[in-house]
Write a protein that binds this ligand. Structure first.
Ligand code: ATP
Ligand code: MG
Length: 303
């Protein structure tokens, strides 16, 4: 079992972020799968308005209340609106206030644009178990399939903004507690998923740097979709030698593999030089959710 997996196993919250499309949701799913297999009570929390996992696993529905996945973990979808609604109803016990403000179209659009309000509500929900407030969340680990890096930073910086705007009362208090929870490395872990390509690697290292400066935490990197060479390049030469001139397609494929290998090595080096821990996940040759999740979980577990 890898060092990183063992460390992730001890966290109560794991944020998974990264550039758009790099594999955040699959890595979060693989982690949920293997942490549940290791005996942890796991919630895989999607944030935002729409569920990715509903279609991915062909589940009947995913909403604010957790539902069970056949593989032994729960899934929920938390949006700014559902989290804020719960906050107002549960903590402030103001049903009338809620309907007055939030059932009203104009107010609802205001809430959606009020800076940081949606983020603070979502982060409030994610950290509510740690802060021992709100409805019980009976989990050892909440894995957050989080926003892409830019928006994830806004999410994680929301408490600071709120603390500066509102110093007193319950909102000020809750924001301070949230800030404390996400800065505590014993409670919260950060994983950034990347491809071994220039733009995602640059973005991941910037994310790491900002989190270090702003929250004083370190991120772990998952290098995803690593092409493991199917054949050694010398084998291609051998195949070619046995058959005279190598076919042009084969030559091209060989060059492509060589280039890919060099690019992967280069960006792996860049990551390592910046001092982050890197776990690799191979490119999986399947589109079957079960195969994808299992193989990803296994790679994360074995490091
Ligand atoms: N290691 C892998 N091997 C093969 N396919 C993968 C791998 N990782 C991710 N994929 C596939 O790549 C696509 C993008 O992955 P995913 O949806 O997890 O990315 P994401 O970062 O969550 O995207 P978004 O930014 O849209 O939320 C999906 O079809 C997923 O199944
Ligand atoms: Mg996703």
């Amino acid at each position: 079992m890898s060092n990183r997996f063992n460390a992730w196993k001890e966290k109560q919250i794991l944020f998974v972020s990264g550039k758009g499309g790099v594999g955040k949701s699959l890595v979060a799913a693989g982690l949920a799968h293997d942490l549940a297999k290791a005996g942890k009570r796991v919630l895989l929390a999607e944030i935002g308005e729409t569920s990715y996992y509903k279609d991915f696993w062909n589940l009947p529905s995913i909403g604010h209340e957790p539902v069970r996945h056949p593989d032994g973990f729960d899934i929920a979808l938390w949006s700014g609106e559902t989290s804020l609604r719960e906050y107002v109803l549960f903590y402030l016990k103001m049903e009338r206030l809620y309907s007055l403000f939030f059932e009203n179209k104009v107010m609802r659009s205001l809430v959606n644009v009020a800076p940081g309000l949606s983020e603070i509500a979502i982060l409030g929900k994610i950290t509510s178990g740690i802060r021992k407030v709100g409805p019980p969340l009976p989990y050892d680990t909440i894995i957050v399939d989080s926003f892409a890096t830019g928006h994830a930073l806004a999410l994680l910086q929301a408490p600071k903004g709120m603390m500066e705007a509102i110093k007193f009362g319950p909102m000020g208090h809750h924001s301070r507690e949230m800030d404390k929870a996400i800065k505590d490395p014993k409670l919260t872990g950060y994983i950034v998923v990347t491809l071994l390509e220039e733009l995602p690697v640059t973005e991941s290292l910037e994310f790491n740097q900002t989190l270090k400066t702003e929250l004083g935490v370190q991120v772990d990197v998952v290098a995803n979709k690593i092409l493991e060479m199917p054949v050694a390049l010398t084998e291609i030469d051998q195949i070619a030698n046995g058959q005279g001139e190598p076919a042009p397609d084969l030559q091209e494929f060989s060059r492509y593999l060589e280039k890919t290998e060099r690019r992967q090595e280069k960006y792996m080096q860049t990551l390592k030089e910046s001092g982050v821990d890197v776990v690799t996940v191979p490119l999986i040759f399947s589109s079957e959710p079960k195969v994808l999740v299992q193989a990803t979980g296994e790679a994360l577990r074995n490091g």
